[in-house]
Design a protein around this ligand. Structure first.
Ligand SMILES: Cc1cc2nc3c(=O)[nH]c(=O)nc-3n(C[C@H](O)[C@H](O)[C@H](O)COP(=O)(O)OP(=O)(O)OC[C@H]3O[C@@H](n4cnc5c(N)ncnc54)[C@H](O)[C@@H]3O)c2cc1C
Length: 467
């Protein structure tokens, strides 16, 4: 019976990237993907990555004549809820690519390095060794049920997290399923402007209060309007129709194409590794808390995993959770602490009503060129910035532009953000401290709640949604 070094479930961005990196070092890699090649990642067409991040993770940047690449642009501003103010939000060069085509290109690169990819192969279960460690998988193809064995199984299956969910309850990798409250249901409207004299790039903008954005969509459309909502696509649609289109003067346009997709909005799992197992990408909830993008942010953990796992394999050591524990610790230091501590703060901000947020934009409090313009590298606030924010908010309260309850929500968000950062800084060095740490983290996250707590009660009522 053949035993691979690495067996990957899911051949999208995370799975193909990991397969290429491991195969490039001479390891035997098998990837199984449930879709046939022509159907891989067809939910939506255009996706973006910054050129800097592509270079950082060794993702080839196609040149302008390539059919993989549709356009590039440099950051878009952030707009206020009534559209009266726009603030500079990042200056990174963003590359717009066709997702299916780029993933197939990544798959070819992985194959060129020696990885084997089987399409039309659906994971069904994990196989365990006599000590309870993961030893392989069962999967189904049109030829029937099969088994494959490996030193490590990597779950790169996205939101369904098909392999992670088959781990026993006693595993240090949590096996829960994502609920609709923890998912952003995203609708993309590709549009054509009626007034052709408008430069469509002038309306590119990110609107945090509606979880929506307007961006380029390639040569066939004037732009793309995206909006995300918890619970369901219906919720996102309601925000688009009853709030965004009412509050923002958006040029007359015709919607030419609609696409839909889901992205996780949840803290990362606490541990990625188990004996013979790792979870990566959307299956581990590694998306950016500011926008829900996940292709490159997943690779921060991916790079650490490649480093640790290849060293262990080269040294002939077993891929146990003990030996791979440093992946957890290093990820929490490199990105997890910053991403997950940002969530409660963002929730506090989004809880402000539209009038309050408009006031903050108008007065450069939080929503200022200085703070948002530096967000390319994450939200780094100096003590002077925090003092300015506090002064600006207090002045808003005195002028009765900001409700005390909103200040309380924001302060709560700040406090929880600090508590998460401190807890994650102290992520255990080894499994022995894990259970105590997890108990504290569980208590903190149950107090923080989910992004769905920022949803509009009027829309929830209308749609018959209860949290
Ligand atoms: C509308 C929308 C727009 C987005 N735009 C961007 C963007 O511009 N930039 C960005 O960085 N991110 C973006 N994201 C997020 C991005 O799509 C994800 O973070 C990213 O695709 C995660 O990649 P992944 O490989 O981890 O998982 P996925 O892309 O979900 O891939 C999982 C793979 O596993 C396969 N699979 C599932 N079940 C099984 C099974 N049982 N057996 C075998 N295979 C299985 C699936 O078929 C799939 O190919 C967007 C998300 C949405 C919804």
């Amino acid at each position: 019976m053949k035993k691979y070094d690495v067996l990957i479930v899911g051949a999208s961005t995370t799975g193909c990237w990991f397969a290429e990196k491991m195969a490039a070092q001479g390891f035997e890699v098998l990837v199984i993907e449930k879709q046939l090649p022509e159907k891989v990642s067809r939910e939506y067409d255009i996706f973006h990555m910054s050129e800097n991040e592509m270079n950082q993770f060794g993702l080839p940047v196609p040149d302008e004549s390539s059919s993989l690449r549709e356009f590039s642009f440099c950051g878009s501003p952030m707009g206020s809820p009534y559209g009266n103010h726009k603030k500079k939000a990042g200056t990174a060069k963003i590359i717009g690519l066709h997702k299916h085509d780029y993933i197939m290109f990544m798959a070819e690169n992985a194959k060129a390095k020696g990885a084997e990819i089987i399409y039309g192969a659906q994971f069904t279960d994990l196989l365990f060794d006599e000590k309870g460690g993961v030893a392989g998988i069962k999967y189904i193809t049109e030829d029937g049920e099969k088994e494959a064995y490996a030193k490590i199984v990597a779950d790169c299956s996205g939101i369904p997290s098909v392999a992670r969910r088959k781990l026993p309850d006693a595993s240090v990798v949590e096996n829960f399923a994502l609920e609709p409250v923890d998912i952003l249901y995203v609708i993309l409207y590709y549009f054509e402007l009626q007034d052709k004299s408008i430069n469509s790039r002038d309306i590119d903008c990110f609107y945090m209060q509606y979880k929506s954005w307007c961006a380029p969509a390639g040569k066939d459309y004037d732009g793309l309007f995206g909006i995300g909502g918890c619970f369901s696509y219906k919720y996102a649609e309601e925000v688009y129709n009853t709030q965004f289109m009412k509050n923002i003067t958006f040029p007359e346009h015709t919607v030419k194409k609609v696409e839909k997709g889901m992205t996780p909005y949840h803290r990362s799992v606490y541990s990625f590794v188990e004996d013979g197992f790792i979870v990566m990408g959307d299956a581990a909830f590694l998306t950016k808390p500011t926008c829900g993008e996940g292709c490159t942010s997943s690779l921060v953990q991916g790079e650490i995993a490649v480093d640790v796992i290849s060293k262990l394999l080269n040294n002939g050591e077993k891929l146990t959770r003990k030996n791979m524990w440093s992946i957890n610790k290093r990820y929490m230091d490199a990105q997890g602490k910053d991403f997950d501590s940002m969530r409660p703060l963002l929730m506090g901000l989004i809880k402000m009503n539209f009038d309050e947020a408009e006031y903050l934009f108008a007065n450069d409090v939080i929503f200022s060129d200085k703070i948002l313009g530096g967000m390319d590298d994450g939200l780094n606030l100096s003590t002077a910035d925090v003092l300015d924010i506090v002064k600006g908010i207090l002045s808003g309260v005195v002028k009765k532009k900001i409700r005390p309850s909103s200040v309380a929500a924001l302060l709560k968000g700040l406090k929880q953000s600090d508590a998460v950062a401190k807890l994650y800084e102290n992520y255990p060095e080894s499994i022995s401290g894990y259970y105590d740490w997890k108990e504290k983290a569980d208590a903190l996250w149950s107090e923080i709640g989910t992004l769905a707590s920022t949803c509009d009660p009027v829309i929830m009522n209308k749609l018959g949604i209860s949290e």
